[in-house]
Design a protein around this ligand. Structure first.
Ligand code: ATP
Length: 368
């Protein structure tokens, strides 16, 4: 009977619990033993039954409706060192596990594929230092990894949606709708800062959904000399049409073309100084990660969790890791390494001020 472990890592996202639930139940359905790795890679490094825990069918009952991740997530510096990964390898072998499904962002998935690539040398080292037997070394000669992308930012190339993104978007829309009521009552302007350090998907989609007056995102860097005029001109035009509210949405990573941040404070000052608007800043912060997942994320997480179990069971020893994506509504397997590489090249294109390249790189068709 094979053992398959699942972990959630990096920033939490709504829908992660649905991934765990789907993995656990599919594993049982396929006659495998599911395990949860608690607290992300920290649990792998610490090991033992408190951190590597078998789960039963009923243990994940009702998890579709619960936000966050019930098995915990963490940032773990030790796993970035070989020594931490050596401990992780030892603890997985101790628990009899040779397949791992990681739900997280690009950092977590990079770590997962590195762990898989390094696995044979970690096993040799454990054998040499007599931590494991020859038989164990043979049984666990390779590790199968599969990535599922959990991130509220929708910041992974090669997939149309990451798990949690539509839930966070929904939270933002609810919050903006609340703010609209007070904005209309007082004829106020609101500058709303949303998450997204390298990816403006949340800000852009929230702007469209709430009919915001102006949007700032990292991918479409504004001209440092003219953005204030352009924003004020647009907002004045809207106000002249008797609009009583002004909503400006800014991603936390928004930039101008000199790569200076465009902050909520800059925007606030401009609205107050130039347009004399009664203006407030609302930073939504962790509210965006809160609450339960919207139906789309529950469905996506469930379908991807099922496919992740299929992928690790199909996996050929030593082959590169897949990630599970969604492209044109189809659940697909793509190359984990290529997807992460492409995602990182978007950040490099922003850093190189090659803004034209940024949007084309984000095209999900780029990776097959
Ligand atoms: P988010 O998008 O929410 O930031 P993430 O998965 O990208 O999620 P990170 O903080 O980058 O979040 O990574 C989470 C954990 O994954 C790290 O704390 C570390 O344990 C592991 N990790 C990240 N990068 C690597 C790497 N290059 N090698 C090994 N482990 C890594």
């Amino acid at each position: 009977k094979r053992s398959i472990a699942v972990m959630t890592s990096g920033g939490d996202a709504q829908g992660m619990n649905s991934v765990v639930r789907a993995v656990v139940r599919t594993a049982i359905f396929k006659n495998c033993q599911p395990f949860a790795i608690m607290e992300g890679y920290e649990g792998l490094v610490r090991g033992g039954p408190d951190y590597i825990t078998p789960l039963k069918w009923e243990d994940v009952s009702g998890w579709n409706a619960i936000g966050g991740t019930n098995i915990g997530t963490a940032r773990c510096m030790k796993f970035k060192e070989r020594e931490g990964r050596l401990l992780g390898c030892f603890h997985l072998i101790q628990a009899g596990i040779d397949a791992l499904i990681v739900c997280g962002g690009d950092g977590s998935l990079t770590g997962a594929d590195l762990f898989r690539a390094e696995w044979p040398s970690l096993v040799s080292e454990l054998l040499k230092t007599k931590k494991i037997t020859q038989e164990e070394a043979q049984t666990y000669e390779s590790l199968n990894i599969c990535g599922v992308v959990g991130s509220i930012d929708n910041d992974m190339c090669s997939t149309d949606a990451t798990i949690g993104a539509y839930s966070a978007l929904s939270r933002i829309c609810e919050a903006v709708d609340y703010v609209e009521a007070t904005a209309a009552s007082h004829s106020r302007a609101f500058v709303i800062e949303v998450m997204g350090r390298h990816c403006g998907w949340l800000a852009l989609m929230a702007g469209i959904s709430t009919s915001a007056d102006f949007i700032f995102i990292p991918e479409e860097a504004v001209n440092p000399g003219t953005w204030r005029d352009e924003m004020c001109e647009t907002i004045s035009r809207h106000r002249k049409r008797n609009k009583r509210t002004t909503i400006v949405i800014v991603a936390e990573g928004a930039l101008d073309r000199d790569l200076n941040p465009v902050t909520a404070n800059d925007i606030y000052k401009t609205l107050v100084d130039r347009l004399k608007l009664d203006t407030r800043i609302t930073t939504l912060g962790h509210v965006q990660r809160g609450g339960s997942a919207v139906a789309y994320d529950r469905v996506l997480a469930t379908l991807q969790g099922v496919e992740a179990v299929n992928a690790v069971l199909d996996s050929v020893a030593g082959s590169a890791s897949p990630i599970i994506t969604v492209s044109e509504n189809k659940i697909m397997r793509k190359s984990l390494v290529d997807s992460v590489k492409l995602t990182k090249s978007v950040a490099s294109a922003i850093a190189a001020k090659d803004f034209g390249k940024v949007l084309s790189l984000r095209d999900p068709e780029f990776i097959e």
